[in-house]
Design a protein. Structure first.
Ligand code: F6P
Length: 375
């Protein structure tokens, strides 16, 4: 048996553009720069529990930089501390023993807040872990950007651009629902990039009357159409988020979705134009990553490899103020980075007359200039 050091690699939670680019960068960098072998686990933590591995060498990771999805497969159900296929049993000790049997010096986990939480618990049990921040939602604390976000914003922006021309032709109010869970990053950035007239995000609860007024004001000014970008987590003032379904056995079982249709039904009585809704859904997670995400993923992957090699574990790779760095996993685990109300992109949107579907926001927000850190 080879005496070279070995490191495990898995992609936790749902898929996201850029996963393969990170897998490629971690693997190439560890093999070439650090003389370390790489073992990939299939289907995230499920492969770790069920002992399904794949050796990652140059041929396996060659040509995958531009591919969407993950060559290792994904599962958003397997939590080793609460394993659904064994009635919620804690199988973490077996997992740690398995990694020791495989002679792994560390495991690199690509994932969101749930993955970072599991990674933190394994680190505490003595299994060295390094996290890489993945999610289209851009909602991980400790990093200015997650990989996948730029691709999702690009896809959503292109979709809204296309909706724009048909809205204009038919003089309609068009609602476009983006993903993003409990944070409005995708809706805000795609909304600004596409020049949406109304942007609705979970951080600023909306009033249907204020949205109708924004549409009617545009109509009075001669603009017979309105584009509304709504985050799936947006909710009415004093109301709740719209839940599409609950996924049994998932560590985070709530799936948001459908607010675009709810809003359309309520808006119809208050406006004179036709109202239609498009839900973008998983389209935002599929396909090739943007050049920004390819470079960010490659940089994150190479940095993670260097961290593993330097035995700098228990930490997640991060981008802060344009620099690569790392933050402790326990500062990231189970937390959500929502949009702060003094974020310059909100001020930017407001400066170009975008409505947030509320009359209160201007008051809370007054005095903030569209300056400062943008992401
Ligand atoms: O976290 C990424 C994300 O795409 C969210 O934006 C969305 O709410 C959720 O995952 C959807 O999960 P699933 O793929 O299980 O439907």
């Amino acid at each position: 048996m080879s005496k070279r050091k070995r490191v495990g690699l898995l992609t936790g939670g749902g898929d996201c553009p850029g996963l393969n680019a990170v897998i490629r960068a971690v693997t190439k960098s560890l093999l070439q720069q650090h003389d370390v072998d790489v073992v990939g686990f299939e289907d995230g933590f499920l492969g770790l529990i069920e002992r399904r591995t794949r050796t990652l060498s140059f041929p396996e990771v060659s040509g995958i930089l531009t591919q969407g999805g993950t060559i290792l497969g994904a599962s958003n159900k397997a939590n080793p501390f609460n394993y659904y296929r064994r009635g919620g049993a804690d199988v973490s000790a077996q997992v740690v023993k398995y990694c020791k049997d495989l002679r792994l010096s560390a495991v690199v986990a690509l994932g969101g807040d749930g993955t970072m939480s599991i990674a933190h618990r394994f680190q505490e049990m003595g299994l060295p872990m390094v996290g890489v921040p993945k999610t289209i939602d851009n909602d991980l604390v400790g990093t200015d950007r997650t990989f996948g976000f730029d691709s999702a914003v690009t896809i959503a922006t292109e979709a809204i651009d296309r909706i724009h021309t048909t809205a204009q032709s038919h003089h309609r109010i068009m609602i476009v629902e983006t993903m993003g869970r409990y944070a409005g990053w995708i809706a805000l950035y795609a909304g600004v990039a596409s020049g949406s007239d109304v942007i609705l995000i979970p951080e600023i609860p909306y009033s249907v009357d204020a949205i109708a007024e924004a549409c009617n004001q545009r109509a009075r000014a001669g603009q017979q159409f309105t584009i509304i970008a709504v985050a799936e987590g947006a909710k009415p003032e004093g109301g709740e988020q719209t839940v599409e379904q609950t996924v049994e056995d998932s560590p985070d079982p709530v799936r948001l979705g459908g607010v675009g249709h709810v809003l359309a039904n309520e808006l119809r009585d208050l406006v004179s134009s036709e109202v239609r809704t498009t839900v973008l859904g998983h389209m935002q997670r599929g396909g090739t990553p943007t050049p920004f995400d390819r470079t960010l993923s490659t940089a994150f992957g190479a940095y993670a490899a260097a961290m593993v090699s330097a035995e700098e574990t228990g930490r997640m790779v991060a981008l802060q103020g344009g620099r690569l760095t790392s933050v402790p996993l326990d500062e990231v685990a189970n937390k959500t980075r929502t949009i702060p109300l003094d974020h310059p992109m909100l001020a930017t949107a407001q400066a170009v007359n975008t409505s947030f579907g509320t009359s209160d926001f201007a008051l809370e927000f007054s005095g903030t200039e569209p300056t400062g850190r943008m992401c």
